[in-house]
Design a protein around this ligand. Structure first.
Ligand code: F6P
Length: 419
């Protein structure tokens, strides 16, 4: 039988950026080239930009080995990202016709989408439409999210680097708290991303070691939050120490499901997937603690820093992100469609892991939360099992390529204006 002629590939990034998402992009590009594909297109701002006809030829950007190394060390989504929900096929068949027409025009064989659970919805819908219409294009998902909440995979690229940054920063904040004696005592509340899953907030426990006690309490969104109980907890902690550091998830909520962040701010922004913007939890809790206890408080929102901190990236994470990008490309090349690459952990110590592909229908729109037995009984800390799980993912460093004392990122003159 004649060998199929390989044509082109298109890759997109979607959802929240991470410090590792560009390493996956580099992995997709390298593998596509190694496997003999011609052009590797990059969608600008994911499927949303693609619908507007916005894409680039990645070989104009990755010309040398140094470019690829810089890309791996560049935070944010190089191609730009989006939070865009494709309509159901029956709601807007014309949109799918338009997408497939453009893909055919570009002679695309493989469509790779790097994203989280909402983004896998795009792979699911496109691959379903492809089956119905008999298209030969393969649609494969490449996992990514700092939230680490994707189903069926041991963890997601991006999580390890964010966890390393959180463990490091929380440790530095705890140390800072030791330095100044405050007559009233001080409570520092650190707000960490992760929406409904506490994987990131739990990783603040990584600060604990011989030279640091770790945070005094950790509040995850998996457990209903009660403000009065929280204030009493703060009061008790202050009796023992003068500087208390508590980490809270941006997504903590009361028993009715109302986010604590909603109680304290008037930000009403809601994205295409119906997610409210969560911010201001630490600030609100500090106001309450200050009013009820009268001590000094400080609110710290790690916000964008925790997902953009390439200078503190985990080597394990960056290398895995690259491999997972390559595995997604390989799977598509070998005929898989409607699948996402997952990471299977083989052992914690030494850490060993491998990849396989799983049906994206079982992953899209689902959320994997921290298991209840990885959280202490009183719901205010994570167990050793949690720490054993996350520790291998933060190992090693990726030295930034430093120019004039500041890490250098991949930069192509004029490109930024396209985004
Ligand atoms: O999806 C990843 C994530 O970082 C969440 O942890 C967080 O809730 C959300 O993105 C914030 O997104 P944005 O930057 O769009 O407000």
């Amino acid at each position: 039988m004649a060998k199929r002629k390989k044509r082109n590939v298109i890759v997109g990034q979607s959802g929240g950026p991470t410090a590792a998402i560009n390493s996956s992009l580099a992995g997709v590009y390298r593998t596509a080239k190694d496997r003999g594909y011609n052009t590797v297109y990059g969608m600008l701002h994911g499927i949303q930009g693609f619908l507007e006809g916005r894409f680039i030829d990645l070989s104009d950007h990755i010309k040398t080995g140094l470019d690829a190394e810089l890309l791996k060390r560049t935070p944010s989504a190089y191609l730009g990202t989006c939070r865009y929900k494709l309509p159901d096929i029956y709601e807007n068949k014309e949109m799918y016709e338009q997408i497939f027409e453009t893909l055919d025009k570009l002679e695309i064989d493989c469509f790779i989408y790097i994203g989280g659970n909402d983004s896998m919805d795009t792979i699911k819908k496109l691959s379903d439409y492809g089956i119905v219409t008999g298209s030969e294009i393969r649609f494969v998902g490449c996992p990514k999210t700092i939230d680490n909440d994707l189903a069926l995979t041991d963890h997601t690229p991006g999580y390890g680097s964010a966890a390393k940054y959180i463990g490091t920063s929380v440790k530095e904040i705890i140390r800072d708290g030791w330095s100044l004696e405050t007559p009233t005592g001080q409570i520092t509340i650190i707000e960490i991303m992760g929406r409904d899953a506490g994987w990131l907030t739990g990783s603040s426990a990584l600060s604990k070691g011989e030279d640091c006690d770790g945070p005094d309490a950790i509040y995850l969104p998996e457990i209903d939050f009660d403000i009065d109980t929280f204030v009493e907890h703060c009061r008790d902690l202050l009796k023992k120490k003068s500087s208390i550091v508590i980490t809270v998830s941006e997504g903590i909520h009361d028993a009715n499901g109302t986010y604590i962040s909603e109680m304290g701010n008037r930000i009403e922004y809601i994205d295409a997937f119906g997610h409210k913007q969560l911010t201001g939890t630490a600030r609100y809790l500090c106001e309450i603690v200050s009013e009820k206890i009268g001590c000094k408080t400080r609110a710290i929102e790690l916000s964008t820093l925790q997902r953009a901190a390439s200078h503190c990236a985990s080597r394990v994470d960056i290398l895995e992100a690259y491999e997972v990008g390559g595995a997604a490309m390989m799977a598509a090349d070998e005929g898989d469609s409607g699948k996402m690459v997952v990471i299977n952990r083989l052992s914690d110590d030494p850490y060993q892991a491998g990849t396989e592909v799983k049906d994206v229908h079982k992953i899209a729109n689902d959320e994997r939360l921290v298991p209840r037995n990885w959280i202490t009984k009183d719901g205010t800390y994570v167990t050793n099992r949690f720490i054993t799980y996350v520790k291998p993912l933060i190992q090693g460093d990726v030295a930034p390529i430093v120019v004039d004392g500041i890490p250098r990122h991949l930069y192509v003159p004029g490109y930024q204006e396209l985004l």
